[in-house]
Write a protein that binds this ligand. Sequence first.
Ligand code: ATP
Ligand code: MG
Length: 340
Amino acid sequence: MIVLSNISKIFAHGKAPVTAVDKVNLTIEQGQIYGIIGYSGAGKSTLIRLLNGLEKPTSGSVTINGQDISAAKGEALRQARLKISMVFQHFNLLWSRTVSENIAFSMQIAGTPKAQIRERVAELIALVGLTGRENAYPSQLSGGQKQRVGIARALANNPDVLLCDEATSALDPQTTDQILDLLLDINRRFKLTIVLITHEMHVVRKICDRVAVMEDGKVVEEGEVLQVFTHPQQPITRQFVRQVSQYAEEEAFNPQLSSDLDGAVIKLTFTGSSTHQPVVGELTLRYGLPFNILHGKMTQTAHGVFGQLWVHVNASEEQLAKILADLRNSEINCEVIKHD
Ligand SMILES: Nc1ncnc2c1ncn2[C@@H]1O[C@H](COP(=O)(O)OP(=O)(O)OP(=O)(O)O)[C@@H](O)[C@H]1O
Ligand SMILES: [Mg+2]
């Protein structure tokens, strides 16, 4: 478990000090994929550098599995940092070394015996899908392959925590998805805690369990990804949710299109397990009424699908009240958009 307690970082260069991280409190459970999203300058990289002890906080503390990283020094800090590894936006590979040599490097530094290194490198090459490219140099690899090397290298010493600073920001959308799938696979297989920094909500949607939204050094919103997607509280969070195009407001249902329909238009919001229920079908059977789907959008997160459906039904006042009660019993959020 990672606990950030009231952590701040003030850079005091020149006349005007910059508060890069401002009294942040966060708890990241073991085995989670935790997303930190924010625009440029929000303080994300500073926060991640506080997590791996590269920066000392101005105040507050960071503990990882009970150890206070912010107070650790010398050999204790070095040992702790071996268990916190990092994946970078621009890969930071050693250009004069092959794929295998890049992956082996940190183990050589740690004094791991040669035979053990060889075995571990082979294992990691297979894990990240680079079989056949062992002897290639970074300049001969695609961006996605370079990041696979970056990930393999980061896993070499069996870390407790993997920190990813914009790990997919230099990649095209398809390659981004492949790298995110790889991170998700690694997380699920080894229960490895991953903290991931990004400015793209797509990344959060696809693999994160929880997300914190940063603005001006502060965490302004935090929660389970599904919850944040369905009920964003802050304007900045709404902006990020809108980035994921299915949720663009302009794509929402236009009620004017239903103005000539008699009856009710109901907006249903599904999250998590409620998406597995054949709700519309069941209502049709139970009430003998045709439900007409007017508009819908669904998206997938690491915790299941969530989405919204706009349905039209020509029901009596009494039937409508029962329908709404049934929907709420199935934990489906419903809202009557229009009713004549
Ligand atoms: N070493 C430093 N010295 C002085 N100011 C710094 C230093 N590092 C970061 N800052 C300032 O702290 C603020 C937060 O920077 P940070 O790099 O953490 O943001 P970020 O969210 O990672 O941005 P980006 O998305 O552009 O990477 C910025 O105003 C930045 O100029
Ligand atoms: Mg940054």
